[in-house]
Design a protein around this ligand. Sequence first.
Ligand SMILES: Nc1nc2c(c(=O)[nH]1)N=C([C@H](O)[C@H](O)COP(=O)(O)OP(=O)(O)OP(=O)(O)O)CN2
Length: 152
Amino acid sequence: MTAVIVLRGGEFSFCAAHAGLHADGYEPLHGHTFVVTLRLAGQADDNGMVTDFGPVKTTLRRVIAPLRRRTLVAGRASGVDLSVPDQVRFGDYTLPALAVAVLPVVNTTTEAIAGHLLDQVLLHAPVPGLHWAELDLAEAPDVSATVRRLLA
Ligand SMILES: Nc1nc2c(c(=O)[nH]1)N=C([C@H](O)[C@H](O)COP(=O)(O)OP(=O)(O)OP(=O)(O)O)CN2
């Protein structure tokens, strides 16, 4: 039997700020309450499980934690300056490094943040035999992005 397990909402929500990079530069710094939904698809084992919810929940919590209540900065965007100790500079902004999560992405779009979170989940909690993994990130009730990795 193939099944999809789903972890969503609740504790997998987090507040963070960002300023997306658009053609005309950085948009004004603003915040969202992001809501994560993770889906893992695979064959259920002899115990009827694709994988135990528990360890996946622990991993998802840990992957989200560094982003919670931080300003998200795209470490791969041009113009990001990490050369000054304890400071992060991008566009017109200079922020204390403690308030920032620098992500390995080119822009802090919902799509890119979702991809980063999914990659971290798969890195830290690989589940043998998964068919695919999908992470949906909503930045508001009316907009979200879903990324999917095909695994087998
Ligand atoms: N494909 C994407 N498009 C946009 C993203 C994104 O992450 N992926 N992000 C933004 C902005 O960062 C912003 O957070 C959202 O903008 P928007 O949905 O336009 O929200 P507004 O409240 O400003 O607009 P309304 O039209 O009033 O809803 C933009 N695009």
